[in-house]
Design a protein around this ligand. Sequence first.
Ligand SMILES: [Cu+2]
Length: 97
Amino acid sequence: MKKLFAIVLLIAAIPFAAVAAEDIPGKGVVKKVDAAAGVVKLAHEPIPAIKWPAMTMDIKVQDAKLLTGLRPEQKVNFGLVKGADGQYVISRIEAAK
Ligand SMILES: [Cu+2]
């Protein structure tokens, strides 16, 4: 019984673990999409977690597929993770409501 309870707890914790593989959330506006290079130019709001002021910059995406459907002047929410080279890359990006 104790074992079953432990397993249930473990399964219940999985979604939180997935979320806790934390990205750094940001908001911005798409300025340019370069799917071939896997880069999006964003005018992003300040990101205090990593001490970034508001700026317009090119950011790489983890997977070029993330850029599908994005278009200039679209408002987006995105998440950043640190790549192996120490540079931040976009792990998720979606249209903001
Ligand atoms: Cu920036």
